[in-house]
Write a protein that binds this ligand. Sequence first.
Ligand SMILES: [Fe+2]
Ligand SMILES: [Fe+2]
Length: 382
Amino acid sequence: MATNQDMIGRNEIDDLEAILSITNTDVDAVAHAVADNADAIFTWDYEKGARPKLNRLYEKAKTSMWNGETDLPWDTPVDQEAVVLANAANAGGLNGGMDLTGTPFAKWTDKEWIRLGIESQNWTLSQFMHGEQGALLCTAKIVESVPWIDAKYYAATQVMDEARHVEVFAKYLDTKLSGHYPINAHLRLLLDDIISDSRWDMTYLGMQIMVEGLALAAFGFIHQLTTEPLLKQLLRYVMSDEARHVAFGVLSLQDYYTELSAAELRERQEFAFEAAVRMRDRFLQQEVWDRLGVPVKEAVRLAMEAPERAGFQSMLFSKIVPNCKKLGLLDAADGWLRQKFTELGVIAFEDWADTGEEYDMFQLARGETGGDGDQARVPQPA
Ligand SMILES: [Fe+2]
Ligand SMILES: [Fe+2]
């Protein structure tokens, strides 16, 4: 059976040296190739609706499309410094109320804290954009590799959704923020693993269940926190799509996983655990500390100790854990993943709502579109 060393390249989950030793080496490259190792599958069974829940999701997706250019209020001015100050006011001050005596931050004035806040925004939105491109490529791969016509149909709509998400995050970064970051090394490692796996269900497990489950929680958190109206609306729109995408993962894998052996399920559990650790590592934003010229290790150690950190980090798993439970992954193979999620401190979410049917709740309501006033394609709440 795989050890932590085999799965995540280190024995101790919190081994800071090992986490920080993973860095991007080719930050100036404009392209990155990954072998996708999977067969493209034709199906000759065209019976639409053979999988009724996927068919319903597909019909819902067709009428839920929005236009990133015209439905969002791009003329909204964004003052990054004001956004940082507004966020700080909600979070107990610019330094989060921490005691920083004896650290490199002890001498920081408001100016440095504001710069950190601005760089964090640039970094966060950049990583969302890269993650969205990961979703675009993964879902295009699902169109090819999944054997069922209802799933191919649905995945095709998700490809369009993800194109729109990459587009709106890129536009927000270019026109409202002040700089891009290359993809975080841990996120890239994870996306590469997901894309290069030859088994079609692993694309779903990595992307729809793990990455998008985390994205849905993170977008929800920022949507609630931010007072910047354009970003708030952008995230609201993206979340209405993401909830469907996560449901797509749950509905597709639910039946399939009942057919797998304990050994096969254990491989899925290990994959889910590896993804969970990579996503946790990526949120340490080591590239920001580097750009600010702060000793990275010390900064990351402090960030890990910050009082609000534990809550934020575990909240990111609030969708993933119940969805893994619904798929039977927590308790398969003698509860191996339950044990791992307990070690990561996120098992408490197991009884939260899963996302199999939650997408109706996230649907855009009449009047929520901003652009051309054409309400006809915006679905009614169920
Ligand atoms: Fe997306
Ligand atoms: Fe998505």
